[in-house]
Design a protein around this ligand. Structure first.
Ligand code: FES
Ligand SMILES: [Fe+2]
Length: 440
């Protein structure tokens, strides 16, 4: 409804008008909406399929199940990567059943048809028993688009969608300084959740929930509106820069003592927090100076290419429709929800964290505590609510999902009423409307 900017700070260069479409509950609840998205949304975007660390050798395969679909990405003999639908051309059996594997060729478990890594059928039982002659060499797995950016591999079902690097714009340029290419995915968790995938997308498209859902963040992240910058790009992606290493300006924390969290961040860079009591908001500049001076000697070679802002602040990059990268200089968080195969009131939540490789660093602090610094050191799938943590902050975000889904089912809910700072939520739904409504 109302989502024009008032006190919120939208970048003048990256602001977009919204129409004010009513965001009604049906999109979170009904099978009709789910089917519209399956038809008109999901084929029209690039999907993050996995990390290149799992595709090092020819024959390495990543499988990505998405809704009812399943896609495999395969490292080829020539070093390229190709993506195929995970379905056998014989009678449709799924070919690859695990998340990641390594195979000399792709073999179907039903009648043992075999495909070379490039998807060409190479071996069948009783080849002379086909009316058109031996199908080997003539039949291929159905292929889809595949490309890479940073440490990630992506796939897309539609040939008319822009090439990946254009589709990702402006992020390849804006994130260049972090040097993501060699970062390592240490944390890889996911969960089945009892709410529509868009519930958490909306949550990641706003920071209005921070004081209530994540109150402890306010001691070292400034969630005040005047300093939080929102950007919306023509591509449909949007971003938020939030000042880090500084307490919120929603209340006066600047003139008090340095909070324990902020003190810890300062001490890590050789700064005495007590020197900043009464002027806590000046710690941020001191950390920038210390990181520039000490970072390279500590192995943070990527600091040299970063702006001051990148060194201390949090850059939330939301890619339309369902992917968020939250960047700090020492951590890249991937947060994503994907639709359940059949139930519009369920989704799959995924949370990955990647870290820059630092010489001699054997352990790293992840959202669930210390872990060995190695690929997928923490890798698990759970059901949300069963007590397995998906990361402290993510647990807080997910905590509202089920009750919001329940509330959206009430006939008393008449559509969202948004403040200016939630304009990105409004825009998300208007883009969604444009893509899926009126198409059938
Ligand atoms: S369905 Fe794959 S070989 Fe028969
Ligand atoms: Fe949150």
């Amino acid at each position: 409804m109302n989502a024009e900017s008032n006190v919120s700070r939208y970048s003048p260069d990256h602001d977009v008008d919204v129409r004010g479409d009513t965001i009604t509950a049906d999109r979170y609840i009904t099978r009709e909406w789910m089917e519209l998205e399956n038809k008109h949304l999901w084929p029209k975007v690039w999907h993050l399929g996995g990390v290149l660390a799992e595709l090092e050798e020819p024959g390495d395969v990543i499988r990505h199940n998405f809704g009812k679909e399943s896609v495999i990405m395969v490292r080829q003999e020539d070093g390229s990567i190709r993506a195929f639908y995970n379905t056998c051309p014989h009678r449709g059996n799924r070919l690859i059943l695990g998340d990641a594997t390594s195979v000399p060729r792709i073999t179907c478990g039903y009648h043992n048809w075999q495909f070379d890594l490039d998807g060409t059928l190479s071996n069948v039982q009783d080849p002379d028993d086909f009316a058109g002659g031996n199908p080997c060499g003539k039949v291929h797995l159905a292929e889809l688009r595949c490309d890479t950016w940073g440490p990630f591999v992506w796939w897309c079902m539609d040939d008319d969608v822009k090439p990946l690097h254009e589709w990702l714009a402006p992020y390849p340029e804006k994130l260049k300084g972090y040097g993501l290419e060699n970062w390592v995915r240490v944390f890889n968790v996911s969960a089945d959740c009892e709410f529509n995938w868009k519930i958490i997308r909306d949550n990641f498209n706003e920071s209005y929930h921070l004081p209530t859902i994540h109150p402890e963040l306010s001691t070292f992240i400034n969630d005040g509106l005047p300093t939080t910058l929102f950007e919306m790009y023509p591509s449909g992606h949007n971003a938020m820069w939030m000042i880090g290493h500084q307490a919120t300006t929603r209340t006066d924390m600047a003139s008090g003592d340095v909070s324990p969290d902020l003190a810890g961040a300062a001490e890590a860079w050789g700064i005495n927090p007590a020197d900043y009591n009464g002027r806590t908001n000046e710690i941020r500049a001191a950390v920038i100076e210390a990181k520039r001076r000490l970072g390279p000697g500590r192995g943070y070679t990527n600091y040299d290419d970063m702006t001051d802002q990148q060194l201390v602040d949090y850059f939330h990059c939301t890619m339309f429709p369902n992917l968020t990268l939250t960047m700090s200089p020492e951590q890249c968080q991937i947060l994503r929800t994907e639709p359940h195969p059949t139930d519009p009131e369920k989704c799959i939540f995924q949370h990955w964290c990647l870290y820059p490789p630092i010489e001699r660093m054997k352990e790293i602090y992840t959202p669930v505590g210390m872990a060995p610094f190695e690929h997928d050191a923490i890798h698990r799938h759970s059901t949300y609510g069963d007590g397995v943590s998906l990361g402290f902050v993510a647990d807080q975000d997910l905590s509202i999902g089920t009750t919001q889904q329940q509330g959206l089912n009430s006939r008393g809910f008449k559509g969202c009423l948004l403040p200016g700072q939630e304009k990105r939520v409004q825009r998300f739904h208007e883009l969604l409307n444009d893509m899926v409504l009126g198409k059938d």
